[in-house]
Design a binder for this molecule. Structure first.
Ligand SMILES: *Cc1c(COP(=O)(O)O)cnc(C)c1O
Length: 354
């Protein structure tokens, strides 16, 4: 492959960045001026290009539309206090992207293309990286099966695209979650660990039912017995039980969240005990009865930390106390933010400064 630092850029004639109300961002509303596109054809990746963001032209027979070979990543770039921009945990996102793509029998873009493509795309659209506290540039790399053929088959052609857009901080307000024991998101041996589109499609219906009952999200349980907590389906879940940070262990039905990993690392660094172990519904009920549960929160790139104030188990709404600045969730969230903004030392090597 040619030198990727030479990825050609076809610039927009006129930027749309002036149309963005950076003080009132909404998640997913704005897309930056440019996107990276690269096709996989005849057994190899072609040269990537950065072009103005635009609609795609594709065949209605594109395999992704019928049989679901689609995989994405969700990551962020931050404006640091000194004005530099950094991309958070680039390598770890690439590794997960590759694992997801392999599970779906899809072509994996080479690591240099992923890395150089992101660096160059973010530099091209650097005026889109928000300055506002808590805001960031969301990065969405994805691959889909682009071969036009309507028989069921593994696609021989793929398209790798990266789009980006400025986003606010999500879930500042605590959320209400419902423990789901009828529907499941992922089963042992399935695709739960992969960031593939179908996992989301299948989760909508039960999530919609929970919304109608007044909850924001479901907490999925294991597919075999519906006894153990898994995750929320766009976030991993963490609890403070007996003053320890506890989260279910990774498995093929739980997504390996990068926020989860970062928060476990930061909490340990702050001196908290951390445990990755199964958490049963019964344990949560007991912990509410005995007052040994102090915190519950979702962890994911979009929200970073989503504090939970209510957990519905069966017919009972269990409440959690309000979270002050000394709560674990606020301390790890602040610790993460400080590293990302360059306000504290990046001791874990998470920032890729552009
Ligand atoms: C993306 C995602 C998460 C969170 O992962 P992060 O890397 O922290 O953003 C959790 N669960 C599911 C199902 C996801 O798709």
């Amino acid at each position: 492959m040619e030198l990727l630092t030479d990825i050609p850029v076809k610039r927009v004639y006129r930027s749309r960045v002036m149309e963005v109300d950076f003080n009132n961002l909404e998640f997913g509303k704005y897309v930056s001026d440019h996107m990276l596109v690269c096709d996989f054809k005849a057994g190899e990746w072609q040269l990537p290009v950065i072009v103005p963001y635009a609609n795609l032209s594709m065949s209605p027979a594109s395999l992704a539309l019928h049989y679901g070979q689609t995989v994405f990543e969700g990551m962020k770039a931050f404006r640091m206090h000194d004005g530099h921009i950094n991309i958070f945990r680039l390598e770890k996102h690439y590794e997960r992207f590759a694992r997801s793509l392999e599970r779906m029998c899809m072509a994996v873009p080479p690591q240099e293309m992923f890395t150089e493509g992101l660096l160059k795309l973010v530099s091209t659209d650097k005026s889109w990286v928000p300055q506002q506290a808590g805001c960031s540039l969301y990065l969405r790399p994805f691959v889909f099966a682009s071969e036009a053929r309507f028989g069921v088959k593994i696609s021989d052609e793929y398209r790798f695209i990266i789009i980006t857009g400025p986003v606010p901080e999500l879930y500042a307000k605590p959320i209400r979650v419902k423990v789901e024991t009828n529907y499941v998101r992922a089963a042992k041996g399935g695709t739960g660990f992969a960031k593939c589109g179908g996992n989301y499609g299948g989760a909508y219906y039960p999530t919609q039912l929970a919304r109608k009952q007044g909850y924001d999200q479901v907490l999925w349980t294991d597919a075999k017995e519906n006894k153990f907590i898994e995750e929320s389906g766009m976030m991993n879940v963490m609890f403070v039980l007996n003053n320890k940070l506890v989260t279910p262990p990774l498995s093929d039905s739980i997504l390996d969240g990068i926020t989860r990993d970062s928060l476990l690392t930061l909490a340990a660094g702050l001196g908290y005990e951390t445990e990755e172990r199964p958490v049963s519904i019964a344990e949560l009920e007991n912990a509410f009865r005995n007052n040994t549960i102090r915190e519950a929160f979702g962890a994911g790139t979009a929200a970073v930390v989503a504090p939970i104030d209510t957990i519905c188990i069966g017919d009972t709404d269990y409440m959690l106390p309000a979270y002050g600045p000394q709560s674990l969730l606020n301390r790890v969230k602040d610790g993460l933010q400080k590293i990302r903004l360059g306000l504290s030392e990046d001791i874990y090597g998470w920032n890729r400064v552009i």
